[in-house]
Design a protein around this ligand. Structure first.
Ligand SMILES: [Fe+2]
Length: 269
């Protein structure tokens, strides 16, 4: 039995389901559909083991592997530099992860919430003329842009490693479903073909637009919570917390299946 309740009008749903039913995967198609529709799903009090978390993740899609320090696809998240700034995971990769599954293992005494913003809803809220204008633009996304927030004065080695991760993406992602979403956040470096001042102004204005309270959900963690988000239709960030608190989250990511595709030129022209 699966019951759902909206957490806010434009983003987030809480699911009520017992662990045994969840792990059978019989509701997987419904959960995937709801995930894309609502951006973020929360299940309280599940208290899944790491193996159970892996089993649940595999019902959503193919578990993504290959990040540094992972254990069979699972990352023990303590501190990721730059994670406190709004971002889409892997925006500089060709096919970003589809979803992330996160559970709390040790809570911060204070802070450490995770926030999400609905990039579909934010795009759909813009006037039609602006939607079409933005759909013609491309942005360079880079790890350098994201990491510079946390490490403003990197070593040359750090800088060079960041520069290995970058790519040009459309400002507006045309999804296979027909819906469109904004692709902004800390990885966005500049708009191609635009002068620096106008480019920064546009990216900042759009970031502020997407992260308005009406498009966002802030999750206050309790032990045993499982949160899943659609990385292709939301941005996220961790709120600050005391690193000495031992806050630890266990995370699995699901492989993406859709490259960030631009709106066809005939439509955007
Ligand atoms: Fe992230």
């Amino acid at each position: 039995m699966l019951r759902t309740k909206d957490l806010s009008p434009l983003i987030g749903s809480e699911l009520t389901i017992d662990a045994d039913t969840l792990l059978t995967g019989i509701h997987a198609a419904e959960i995937r559909e709801l995930l894309v529709k609502r951006g973020v799903l929360l299940i309280r009090g599940l208290d899944l083991s790491d193996d159970q978390l892996r089993t649940f993740t595999a019902t959503i899609g193919k578990i993504r592997e290959g990040a540094i320090k992972e254990e069979n696809g699972m990352l023990k998240v303590r501190h990721i530099p730059g994670a406190q700034f709004w971002h889409i995971d892997g925006a500089y990769t060709d096919i970003p992860p589809f979803a992330t599954v996160l559970t709390s293992r040790t809570l911060a005494r204070q802070g450490g919430e995770t926030e999400f913003a609905n990039t579909y809803a934010a795009f759909e809220d813009l006037p039609p003329e602006e939607q079409e204008q933005l759909s013609r633009l491309e942005v360079l996304h880079s790890m350098k842009s994201a990491m510079n927030n946390a490490i403003p004065e990197p070593t040359l080695e750090q800088f060079k490693s960041w520069m290995g991760h970058q790519g040009v993406r459309p400002l507006v992602w045309q999804h296979r479903s027909g819906r469109r979403s904004l692709v902004v956040g800390a990885t966005a470096s500049y708009v191609l073909g635009m002068n620096s001042v106008d480019s920064h102004e546009m990216l900042q204005r759009l970031l502020n637009h997407v992260t308005q309270p009406k498009f966002t959900y802030r999750h206050h963690w309790q032990l045993g919570d499982v949160v899943v988000w659609d990385n292709t239709g939301t941005m996220h960030r961790a709120r600050p917390f005391d690193l000495e608190s031992g806050r630890t989250m266990h995370r699995f990511a699901v492989e993406g299946t859709e490259p960030m595709t631009a709106v066809p030129l005939t439509r955007a022209a």
